[in-house]
Structures are given as structure tokens and as C-alpha cells.
Design a protein around this ligand. Structure first.
Ligand SMILES: Cc1cc2nc3c(=O)[nH]c(=O)nc-3n(C[C@H](O)[C@H](O)[C@H](O)COP(=O)(O)O)c2cc1C
Length: 202
């Protein structure tokens, strides 16, 4: 079958994208607003960009009213954020934080998610995350407008926290020890899976 993305409904295109572009890593993004109130939300349209300069991206779409979500509002105001990665042990907590709380109400407080201060940015990081990236806003690229319109948030990575207990014998993070969850379509999360090791051609 084929789906003509230029004539299908926004909802259908979205469904086909999230059921096909997978597994998607999850950026669990902490931010603060101008008053210093913390916010935490998951985003699975998320990827690294390059190491020079160290850069990642994630994509909060506009909400149903066409307004930026709290995460983007806060980044616009305070210009920094933390991307936390999500182990299976925090999957439920992460999923809880997708709730639409009133602006200014902290998901960290509402769902009792322990956090610790970051070093280089104002938002706190999630204490139980095996990896957290402290980022300064590089730029926001707006793609489309109104409800469901997209925004690409590019962040300059300033500091990477890696929990010592996820490091493997080679000194790099061991995927099995990190036990990260990934997003598939609808309400499905993926965990673990079989690895295939293959040397890269020259
Ligand atoms: C696993 C997961 C992945 C999500 N990925 C995205 C995403 O990539 N972009 C987006 O706009 N919303 C995404 N959402 C929905 C947001 O998390 C949700 O709208 C949240 O309320 C936004 O919070 P905020 O208003 O505090 O920023 C995702 C939700 C879940 C559970």
C-alpha cells in the first residue's frame, strides 16, 4: 500500500510516521520557566546531530490550539534544557509526565520524580537517568504552523552525565546496563532486543 502524505489527513500521516519510524529514542526534557518553575516531558522525535559542535535535536509540535508546548515556551524564555535518557525502571514515570498539566505546575513534583541540580544549566536533571545531556539552546527552526506544526529545537551539548554503573568493560555505556526504552507506535514501548555486531566497511 501507499499513503499520499500530501492528501492524507494530518492524523493519518502522524499515525503512519510513528508506526514506521521506530524504534525512537526518547528525550525526557527538563526545563524551567522564567520564574524558575521546573517542567519535564518526553519527546521521541529526537536525535543527535553532530559532534562539532556537540549538538542534538528534538521536536515539540504545537498543541491543539496551535500554541507551543510548555517545554518550548520555557526554552524560549530561559534558553537551556536537559535531555535525560529513560531506563525501563522509569518508563511509567516518563509516560506519566506526558500529561498536560497547567503551565507552571511541575511534573517532577506531581509524579514525585527525584531530581538533582545540573552543573551548567538551570533545569534540574532526573536523578535516575543513566545519561543526561545539559544543553544550551542553539536555535529553533519552525516547520509549519498552527496545530501540529513542528519545531526543531537544536541544543548545544555542554556536559554529559553518565552513571558509572552503566559503563561496560570497555569504559563505554553498555546498552544492556542502560536498559533504555524506545518508542514505537500508539502506546507501545520497546525494550532490549537482539544485537547484530558488524564491522563497518572502509
Ligand atoms: C513517549 C512519548 C513521546 C512523545 N514524543 C513527542 C514528540 O516527539 N513531540 C511532541 O510534541 N510531543 C511528544 N509527546 C507528547 C508530549 O510529551 C506531551 O504533549 C507533553 O504534555 C508535553 O509537555 P509540555 O507541555 O510540558 O512541554 C510524547 C509523549 C510520549 C509519552
Amino acid at each position: 500500500m501507499q499513503i499520499d502524505a500530501s492528501s492524507a489527513s494530518v492524523r493519518d500521516v502522524y499515525q503512519w510516521m510513528v508506526h514506521t519510524i521506530l524504534p525512537r529514542p526518547i528525550a525526557w526534557v527538563s526545563t524551567v520557566d522564567a520564574a524558575g518553575r521546573a517542567n519535564l516531558a518526553p519527546f521521541s522525535f529526537f536525535m543527535g546531530v553532530c559532534a562539532k559542535p556537540p549538538t542534538l535535536l528534538f521536536c515539540p509540535v504545537n498543541d491543539r490550539r496551535g500554541q507551543p508546548k510548555d517545554t518550548l515556551r520555557n526554552i524560549d524564555e530561559t534558553r537551556d534544557f536537559v535531555v535525560n535518557l529513560v531506563p525501563a525502571s522509569l518508563c511509567k514515570a516518563m509516560n506519566d509526565t506526558a500529561a498536560s498539566l497547567p503551565h507552571g505546575e511541575s511534573e517532577l513534583d506531581r509524579f514525585n520524580i527525584p531530581s538533582i541540580p545540573a552543573h551548567r544549566v538551570r533545569p534540574p536533571r532526573v536523578a535516575g537517568a543513566p545519561v543526561s545531556f545539559e544543553c544550551a539552546l542553539d536555535r529553533v527552526i519552525h516547520v509549519g504552523e498552527g496545530p501540529a506544526g513542528g519545531n526543531i529545537v537544536l541544543g548545544r551539548i555542554l556536559l554529559i552525565h553518565v552513571a558509572d554503573d552503566v559503563l561496560g568493560p570497555d569504559g563505554m555505556p553498555d546498552p544492556a546496563r542502560m536498559d533504555l526504552v524506545a518508542r514505537a507506535g500508539s502506546d507501545l514501548y520497546l525494550r532490549g532486543g537482539e544485537g547484530i555486531r558488524m564491522a563497518r566497511p572502509d
